[in-house]
Write a protein of this length. Structure first.
Length: 164
């Protein structure tokens, strides 16, 4: 039985977005994709890379500009573990973002000086990319990036504390 297409990003677009082409031909430009949009590398031809987006749309890009996502942890040929409920991690990310937002508000309102802001925000780390129903969430306590489809978390990559 054929399995349905499962989107697994391998790269993201660079911070300023990325021009696409209908084929590996610079005379046929297409749409521009958003900054940091997760994409899956589907093939290459020289410096050209064919990418697929989470909605199944495919295009060619300058593969040298793609930003590689972390690789799967070594020795994970079997399916990676899943966690049933993504809500505890989402709540932790919300709390971390709210703490950072509060510091930014205090700095913007003049209630904090820049040095105090830097000191109090030092060591804060959080990560979340949401693209429609798909999300990639960083859990520093577990040292893992998770892929979330809205119903469960699946380990996507492990990270060292200094890698984030």
């Amino acid at each position: 039985m054929d399995r349905p297409y499962e989107f697994r990003p391998t790269h993201v677009a660079p911070e300023d977005g990325l021009q696409t082409w209908a084929s590996p031909d610079p005379s046929r430009p297409s749409a521009r994709i958003d900054p940091l949009l997760p994409v899956q590398l589907a093939g290459t031809s020289g410096n050209w890379a064919r990418i697929v987006c989470s909605n199944g749309w495919s295009a060619w890009v300058d593969g040298r500009l793609l930003v590689s996502l972390p690789h799967r942890p070594p020795g994970t040929a079997q399916p990676l573990a899943t966690t049933d409920d993504p809500r505890p991690l989402l709540a932790a990310l919300e709390r971390a973002l709210a703490s950072y937002r509060e510091l930014v508000d205090e700095l913007a309102d003049g209630r904090l000086d820049l040095e105090t802001f830097r000191r109090r925000s030092s060591g804060m780390r959080l990560g979340a990319v949401v693209d429609g129903p798909a999300a990639w969430l960083l859990d520093l306590e577990q040292g893992r990036w998770y892929y979330c489809d809205g119903t469960q978390l699946q380990t996507y990559a492990t990270v060292e504390r200094g890698d984030t």
